[in-house]
Design a protein around this ligand. Structure first.
Ligand SMILES: [Zn+2]
Length: 210
């Protein structure tokens, strides 16, 4: 049985609180969405300008495929809604989660010139959908940041086509986008990618000290 909007909203608020406690969506940063209906596309999404540590399920909004608000409740959908819609469409994702963590922000800048970041050889990679061995090489594309979210959504669609096996991408000096077939899998993907960024970052820092 498919989940109701209320159940999806409750789940998003719980995940937002968890991500906030990990320091991945501090202040009003980051946003989370989940598909409520596929055709026509309808997404549940976190509102703009709300503290993710205090977000309540009844603050979650509903938007259509043009990122237009369908809810009558107060609040404004996240400015980054066009990106969520585009990823949900391009990847047929059931949920799209976006974090502003320290490590993803640092790597998005450090590796921008190469167009992405490769991570390979870690057991944790096996938590990503379709990955069967630690020998997998995960390529995480990095895009230039923009405040024009519709233009950025077009760039995202292009990158997703170029890298059909990517589980996430970074926006420069901004943060991570990851997705999954449902909220549970999208959450795992964020947790795994954030773990790998932190592991790589801490390993590099220690290498410099030694
Ligand atoms: Zn953001």
């Amino acid at each position: 049985m498919s989940e109701s909007f209320a159940e999806i909203a409750w789940g998003l608020a719980a995940i937002a609180a968890e991500f906030h406690s990990r320091g991945w969506v501090l202040g009003t940063s980051g946003n989370l969405s989940a598909v409520v209906e596929r055709d026509p596309l309808r997404l549940a999404i976190t509102p703009s300008g709300v503290d993710k540590g205090a977000l309540q399920a009844d603050q979650i909004l509903s938007i259509d495929e043009d990122a237009r608000m369908l809810s009558s409740s107060p609040g404004k959908p996240s400015d980054e809604s066009p990106l969520h819609v585009r990823i949900a469409k391009e990847r047929e994702a059931g949920a799209v989660f976006h974090t502003h963590s320290v490590w993803s922000t640092m790597f998005s800048d450090l590796h921008f010139a190469e167009g992405g970041l490769a991570i390979e050889g870690y057991e944790m990679l096996k938590g990503l959908e379709g990955v069967k061995t630690h020998e997998h090489r995960e390529w995480i594309p990095i895009l230039e940041n923009s405040q024009d979210m519709w233009k950025l959504a077009d760039s995202v669609a292009e990158i997703l086509k170029q890298h059909p096996h990517a589980h996430g991408f970074l926006l420069r000096r901004h943060g991570l986008y990851a997705w999954g077939k449902d909220s549970r899998q999208a959450k795992w993907h964020v947790e795994i990618l954030e773990f790998l960024f932190e592991t790589l970052g801490r390993t590099r820092s220690m290498d410099r000290i030694q």
